[in-house]
Design a protein around this ligand. Structure first.
Ligand code: ADP
Length: 581
């Protein structure tokens, strides 16, 4: 830009110089020729007046010599009225052509005097011719234009020198002016470049002129751009944070089937190598169900749902992404792990059906007894029948009560967390439990061995601790043979209290071990029911132990016996007191 402006200014200066110089040159040349011609005319008049006509040739030679002595280049010619050369100081008159048509001769013959400036036909040099006529003869005086030319050269030199000087001054001035004019434009260009490169904090310095206003507009634009970029960055960061925090897999796919968003949970749930944005969805995800779902959503522009099972149960909900005009731009898929929920649903439904069944059994027995007693053919007056019926109703009623009470207990344990002020002595709880189980053990001819002396305080209500011990001891008696043994011990292991209930009874098959703590799960249904078990004893133990941050360990060998070990944290204040002691 600057170069163009400078070039333009220089061209204008040069043109001006050339025109001016050319004009001055031509004017000076004409002026010099006029002055010389005037002087020569005076001389020519004198010469013509003094022409003797005796020996013209000798005369012209003499005058020419005299003139050339003062300043060189003079030539004297005498021509008659018909143009024939009579004498010439520069050449042989007889050999010269007729001069009638010469411009200066013509002029002299017509008006008495004439002049011309042209290249000589004889010498080829530029000559100034002056001719004077008295009617019969024409005396022509000519001088080479050399001196004039020397003068003109000087003039040309002066003109060129001035031109160069003017050019230099014009260049310097133009450069300074261009710099001044172009500086704000350059600042604007540089500023725009920096903003375009991403330096949105840069502001162009603005002067109070038109360029300054433009720079101001530019700065405003950079401000707006910076704000909208910042806003966009914040939104993107927020979206990334949401995508990372959301407990579901999220994948966004564009119209061409290319992944534009994917969060870590989606990568984890679908077991992908990586979650690379820009990859083809079909190449990244191997689940046909999911690929189909995305395709259908795009085709029908309508949300869909799909559920499928791999090593877990996955559910995907899709929704089309639409632009403002409603045209489909892609699809977003939200994938959830439904394994736990489906398992819980299954457990709940199993529990409901098991509980219903368990409740129905004693109720059916009681109703059967009532029916029997109402039967007119049954002899209700017979005390044996009556006591038999009452015994059944009593046992089944008790069973129903135990069942309902265990179900309520389980629900209470599950719904309420452990309280901070709960505390109980595990040894005392075991002694209480042994007392309660003692009668049952006696009837079954099982010997109870209890080792729970002293005191071991745990952060659990003593009633709950008794419940744990009693359930385990009842089972050890229940699933045993007459003459069998149950060993119950309480000990301390570091910061934990350990309750172990071991029996030499029936034992549990290895395949059933992982499931014995499930609600209503029984290895031998009939034996359990007949011996008064509700099917909830171990479930209650498991939940209570979990509630108090403990652990339950079950080991068993079929036919040899089982050992149930409960680990519970000792109350901290008690543990501290012991350590201090
Ligand atoms: P139940 O009321 O049927 O005893 P539990 O939840 O207490 O219910 O026990 C679940 C099942 O675990 C029992 O039905 C029984 O088959 C088995 N079981 C529990 N304790 C023992 C044990 N000490 N020896 C053998 N089997 C046992």
């Amino acid at each position: 830009m600057r170069r163009k402006v400078l070039l333009l200014l220089v061209v204008v200066a040069l043109l001006t110089e050339a025109l001016l110089g050319g004009g001055i040159y031509a004017f000076q040349r004409a002026l010099l020729a006029d002055q010389a011609a005037e002087r020569m005319e005076d001389v020519a008049v004198l010469l013509l007046e003094n022409l003797v006509d005796e020996d013209l040739q000798a005369e012209v030679d003499e005058w020419a010599d005299a003139l050339n002595e003062r300043s060189g280049g003079y030539r004297v010619t005498v021509v008659d009225a018909q143009g024939q050369v009579l004498a010439d100081s520069g050449a042989a008159a007889g050999e010269m052509e007729n001069h009638l048509e010469r411009e200066e001769v013509q002029e002299a013959l017509h008006s008495g005097a004439g002049q011309a400036l042209r290249d000589s036909a004889t010498t080829g040099e530029p000559q100034l011719y002056v001719a004077i006529s008295d009617g019969s003869k024409v005396l022509r005086l000519s001088q080479t234009f050399d001196q004039i030319r020397a003068l003109q050269r000087l003039l040309l030199l002066a003109v060129c020198g001035t031109a160069l000087l003017t050019l230099a001054v014009a260049w310097a001035l133009s450069y300074a002016a261009a710099r001044r004019v172009l500086r704000p434009i350059e600042a604007l260009r540089q500023g725009a470049g920096r903003i375009a490169e991403g330096d949105l904090s840069y502001r162009i310095p603005a002067q109070p002129d038109e360029m300054g206003a433009l720079a101001g507009d530019f700065n405003d634009m950079a401000d707006k751009l910076s704000k909208s970029l910042q806003h966009e960055r914040t939104q993107r960061a927020q979206m990334q944070a949401v995508l990372r925090a959301i407990p579901a897999g999220v994948i966004a796919v564009d119209r061409e089937g290319v992944v534009s968003q994917i969060n870590p949970e989606a990568v984890r749930l679908l077991g992908l190598r990586s979650g690379r944005v820009g990859e083809k969805f079909g190449d990244l995800v191997r689940d046909d169900q999911l690929v189909d779902l995305a395709r259908k959503t795009l085709e029908q522009s309508q949300g869909q749902t799909a559920e499928w099972t791999t090593d877990r149960v996955l559910q995907a909900v899709s929704a089309p992404i639409r632009d403002e005009s409603g045209a489909g731009m892609g699809v977003v898929l939200v994938i959830s792990d439904m394994t736990q929920m489906r398992r819980l649903e299954q457990l709940r439904s199993e529990f409901v059906s098991n509980a219903t069944h368990e409740l129905k059994t004693p109720l059916t027995a009681i109703r059967g007894c009532i029916e029997t007693l109402r039967d007119p053919y049954v002899d209700t007056a017979n005390p044996k029948i009556l006591s038999e019926m009452l015994e059944i109703m009593d046992v089944q009623g008790e069973r129903l009560q135990a069942l309902i009470s265990d179900m309520l207990e389980l629900s209470r344990i599950e719904s309420a967390p452990a309280l901070a002020d709960e505390r109980g002595d595990l040894c005392a709880a075991v002694r209480e439990a042994a007392k309660a189980v003692g009668v049952q053990a006696g009837k079954a001819e099982i010997t109870l061995h209890v080792s729970a002396e002293g005191e071991l305080l745990c952060g659990a209500a003593e009633e709950r601790l008794r419940r744990i011990a009693q359930n385990l001891m009842e089972n050890a008696v229940r699933y045993n043979r007459p003459g069998g043994n149950v060993w119950t011990t309480v000990r301390r292991e570091g910061a934990r209290a350990v309750l172990a209930v071991r029996d030499d009874g029936l034992g549990i098959p290895e395949k059933d071990l992982p499931r014995v703590c499930e609600r209503f799960y029984r290895v031998d249904k009939d034996r359990s029911r007949n011996s008064g078990g509700t099917g909830l004893g171990l479930a209650i133990v498991k939940h209570l132990v979990r509630r108090y941050d403990g652990e339950l360990d079950i080991r068993s060998k079929l036919g040899e016996g089982s050992t149930f070990t409960v680990y519970l944290p000792i109350l901290r204040e008690k543990a501290n007191a012991d350590r201090e002691a």
